[in-house]
Every structure is written in structure tokens, then in C-alpha cells.
Design a protein around this ligand. Sequence first.
Ligand SMILES: *Cc1c(COP(=O)(O)O)cnc(C)c1O
Length: 421
Amino acid sequence: MDHFIYRDGTLHAEDVPVSRIADEVGTPFYLYSTATLVRHYRLFDEALDGMPHLVCYAMKAASNQAILRTLAAEGAGMDVVSGGEYARAVAAGVPGDRIVFSGVGKTEAEIAQALAGGIRQFNVESEPEMQQISRIAAQMGKTVPITIRVNPDVDAKTHAKISTGKSENKFGIPIDRAREVYALAASLPGLDVIGIDVHIGSQLTDLAPFELAYRKVADLTEVLRADGHDIRRLDLGGGLGIPYARSNETPPLPSDFGALIKRTVGHLDCEVEIEPGRLIAGNAGLLVSRVIYVKQGADRQFLILDGAMNDLIRPAMYDAHHDIVPVVEPDAGIEQVAYDVVGPVCESGDTFAKGRTMPPLAADDLVAFRSAGAYGAVMASEYNSRPLVPEVLVKGDHYAVIRPRPTFDEMINRDTIPAWL
Ligand SMILES: *Cc1c(COP(=O)(O)O)cnc(C)c1O
């Protein structure tokens, strides 16, 4: 559920007409709904009611300061995967003891940064990384909580590029080597081995792979406890999918996910963390774009938008589907037209949809890509020297630009010319 609905014949973001923002900000831009962000966070928080838990928003999905602040004010923790994300979380007012650090290749500088600023735990992904964290923590006179990310060799049945829990993926340590690796961890200075971490992939639309993974984690908890490790925290990752095509997808709800967690690991008396990203931000954001031209090709019509693959790369990168809707509500029963929806970038991959049936559109019409809040703005680039796409946040009847569109001068002046040139 989101807060982007037609009212009085035009698409609204909460109580603000999308067309008004488009006129004032210019297109393309990302548009987020505060109410949707908060609602989705709370659904996860409530799903784990009754067990000690922390919902750590996977901020790589959408990491604007205003979004982080909105969620932090709700009590959210943050899952970060780089020094830049750690700095963003701290800048948004998230205390270190609510930040978990994930990622397969934490550098020495990133580890030191988090140790100095405070960290809830590192999710360790390999033995060399564990030794590195141990060395730096000991050097700084600190003991830092860690979990070890295990790779449960479970097929998440999602797109190959966002599947992370199979043995051939780069993530985590093989679960059948866990006892050995935990023994090593327990022997190293500067580490407090408190738990287990798992994250099997993104955009999962079925709970079965989660269930397989969490049962393996539950079994491993008992094995490691028998080995003498005080396993008291389970980080169960993120990955719950969202409906990208409204008509035919019904992924499980956060409440179903929470019930599964209680069923699989609830008896272990552990504190639980989850790291949802997409489900919190995905349907809380639109990409709003304007039609530049409608072009008749040899055998098809092209809808040429001012938004492009550099603004939203998911269709090019993951073959992702996004519903694209006109901002002016189409008349019921209007005859649909098939379009190839494309951007102006000089690549054939700059295609959002092929043969998409939509109400007829004309130059200057506004369209909105639904479910664009996650892995949208954060993956945007300035390819073709198209200024980085701006972001706007709505709350009730007001809105604010939370990242302005750079001017051409700002874009150019980021480059520096050597003195010898
Ligand atoms: C990307 C990622 C997440 C979030 O995944 P979503 O599908 O956005 O929920 C959580 N944890 C880790 C370790 C990740 O890499």
C-alpha cells in the first residue's frame, strides 16, 4: 500500500498534486511519501512485536538524509555497507549503537571509522576480514561485537544479480565451515562473538527460501552454543520483495515474514535484527518524468521521456518491470496504445519497457514510474552529462526538495583542470 493515488482526476502524493511539484521542480525527479516510508517501517517493527528486535533499514536502497531522518525518528537502526553510508547514518542522527556494518570488503579505513564513531556490530564476511577487524579493534583498545555472515547455500529464486545466498556467491562463509570460523573468532582479541548473520538475496516473493535459511541458522545457533559460543543475536537480513506490477503479484507481507521468524528462531531466546530496504522505500517513491516526443518508428511507437537509464537503471540492469502511469487520470475505458518507453540516452539499453500498453499520451504529458523508491536515486548517475536527478519528499500537504538538481556549472565544476594543462 502507498500514498500515491488519483484524486480529482490527477495523481497525488499524499495531499499534494504531483503535477504541481513537477511544474515547480522540473522533471525528472524522485518523489517520496513520508507516510508510506513510516507505514512500511512500522509494519516490520510490529511484525516482530513480542521479541527483542531492531529493524535496521538497509540504507543502500535509498539513503537521502531526509529519508534516514524520517526513519531514525521512528527508532529505526541502519544497515550500512560502506564508510559513506556510515557517515550518512551518523549525519542523520543515528547513534552508533543502532548501526550495523555489512558488506564483503570492509576496508581498514572503514573499520577504523566505525570503531571510532561507535558501532552496534560488524557483520563479518570472511576470515581475513575478521582478522583485520580484530587487529584494528585491539590496536584501538576496543572490543567490538561481531556476527559472522553464513552462506546457507539456499536458492532465493530471485534475479541472479540480487541472489546472495548460494554457495557460488561471494557473500558470507560457507555454513558447513561455521564451527571452524567461529572457533577462530573466539580466539582473536578485540572481538565479542555475539551472533549469526544471514542475507540470501533481494526481491524474494516467496517465504520458502527464508524458511530454509532461518532453519539452518536456528540449527547452527544450537551447534555453536554447544561449542561454547554465547550466541544471543541473530541478524536475519532483508530481501522481502514488493509488487512491481500491481495486477499480478502478491508477495508475502511483513506480518507473514515476522510470523515466519517467530516460528523458526523464536524459541532460541535471541535478539533479532532484520535489514529490510526495498520493502520500506520501494513503494514509497515515484520517478516522475515528462514526455518529450511521441515518435512513430517503422513498426512501433516510441514514448520518449526526459527520464533515462541514468536516472533509473533497474530496467536496464535487472530487466525490472515498473508500472508507468499517466499523472492525469485516464478516462475509464479509454483505448490503450502500445509504446516502447525510452529515455534520450545514447544506448539501446535505455529502454524502460517494450510494447507497454498505456492510455494514449502526448508531448508534455507527465508520467510516474511506480515502485521506484528503492535502488532508484541511489543508483543514478550523470551519464550523458545529465545532471543528477533531484529528490523531493512529501509529508501531508507540503513537500520539500531534499536534493536539488545540480546546475550545469555545479556539474562541470566538480572536475578540476591540472595546472599543467
Ligand atoms: C541489500 C541488502 C539488504 C536489503 O535488501 P532488500 O532486498 O532491499 O530488503 C539487507 N542486508 C544486506 C546485507 C544487503 O546487502
